[in-house]
Design a protein around this ligand. Structure first.
Ligand SMILES: [Zn+2]
Length: 41
């Protein structure tokens, strides 16, 4: 038996949920300034 903690990935940017961008209501997307669009920390 192994113990895996199924939580959110460690290397994932918490602001954009690893996407690297934010979805805008008006349409289009904006690059996440936290991870510079990489989606990682
Ligand atoms: Zn980000």
């Amino acid at each position: 038996m192994r113990f895996f903690k199924v939580t959110k990935p460690a290397n994932q940017c918490p602001y954009c949920s690893g996407k690297g961008y934010f979805q805008l209501r008006l349409g289009g997307s904006e690059t996440c300034s936290c991870c510079s669009g990489s989606g990682k920390k």
